[in-house]
Design a protein around this ligand. Structure first.
Ligand code: PGA
Length: 258
């Protein structure tokens, strides 16, 4: 196990928040705070589609990369309201969140569409942040590992060993998202280690060691250091706390020092 061989990634997931002027102000506040993470921790802000161009302009010549929050799987065509991977890369978008539990829960996202979006993102040169996680009921029924194994297998179906090294996996227990309930560092580590073991089965140990696995779900300034200290937790996908520059920076610094 060599955590240092993997890239630590702290990504904000802004969800449906911030107008363009608000996005500009937030990124301008974050930029100087996280500048010292360069070369050590990858810092990303995943922002609403309407903010992408502004966010890319504001973060030019900084160490902050910009991500989108979703992408369609077709290259182009009659898909009203959708955005393709090529449209994102042309703007300068580097990452994209795929299969977030809110998309699975409210917008009919399935493992099949998550897989198609992941394949499309990779072939356009975007790095997907693929979200997996169990529901509270599934954890109570003691099937967390079954649920996660199924998601990993289906979401990564057909993705080569070379390509999977460009995939970030975010373990986000659904019961911890936006609820203030965080998985304990032990619970989070247990599942992140399980994900790595599944990757080793699907690919091989060397490939599994190269994949960045994040934890997400009420990660905040108070609990980040403990979570990020775990051997299989290589970063975080941060919702609420990514909307406050100071809090987001404390999480970035925990990764820099962790
Ligand atoms: P949260 O959201 O940090 O607000 O719980 C995390 C996420 O949804 O990615």
């Amino acid at each position: 196990m060599n955590k240092n061989a993997r890239k630590a990634i702290i990504a904000g997931n802004w969800k449906m928040n911030k107008t363009r002027p608000e996005a500009k102000a937030l990124l301008e506040a974050i930029k100087p705070l996280v500048a010292n993470a360069e070369g050590n921790v990858e810092v990303i802000a995943c922002v609403p589609f309407t903010n992408l161009e502004t966010a890319i302009t504001v973060t030019e010549n900084s160490n902050i990369k910009i991500g989108a929050e979703n992408v369609h799987f077709e290259k182009s065509g009659a898909y009203t309201g959708e955005i393709s991977a090529d449209m994102l890369t042309e703007l300068g978008v580097a990452y994209v969140v795929i299969g977030h539990s809110e998309r699975r829960q409210y917008f009919g996202e399935t493992d099949e569409t998550v897989n198609k979006r992941t394949v499309a993102a990779l072939s356009a040169g975007l790095k997907p942040i693929v979200c997996v996680g169990e529901l509270k009921w599934e954890r109570e029924c003691n099937i967390t590992e079954e649920v996660i194994a199924r998601q990993i297998k289906l979401d990564l179906w057909g993705i080569s060993k070379e390509d999977v090294k460009n995939v970030v996996i975010a373990y986000e227990p659904v019961w911890a998202i936006g609820t203030g309930l965080t998985a304990t560092p032990e619970q989070a580590e247990e599942v992140c280690a399980f994900i790595r073991a599944e990757l080793a089965k699907l690919y091989d140990a060397e490939t599994a060691e190269a994949v960045t696995i994040q934890y997400g779900g009420s990660m905040n300034a108070g609990n980040a250091a403990e979570l990020l200290a775990k051997p299989n937790i290589d970063g975080g996908l941060i919702g609420g706390a990514s909307l406050k520059a100071e809090d987001f920076n404390i999480i970035v610094q925990a990764a820099v020092n962790g």
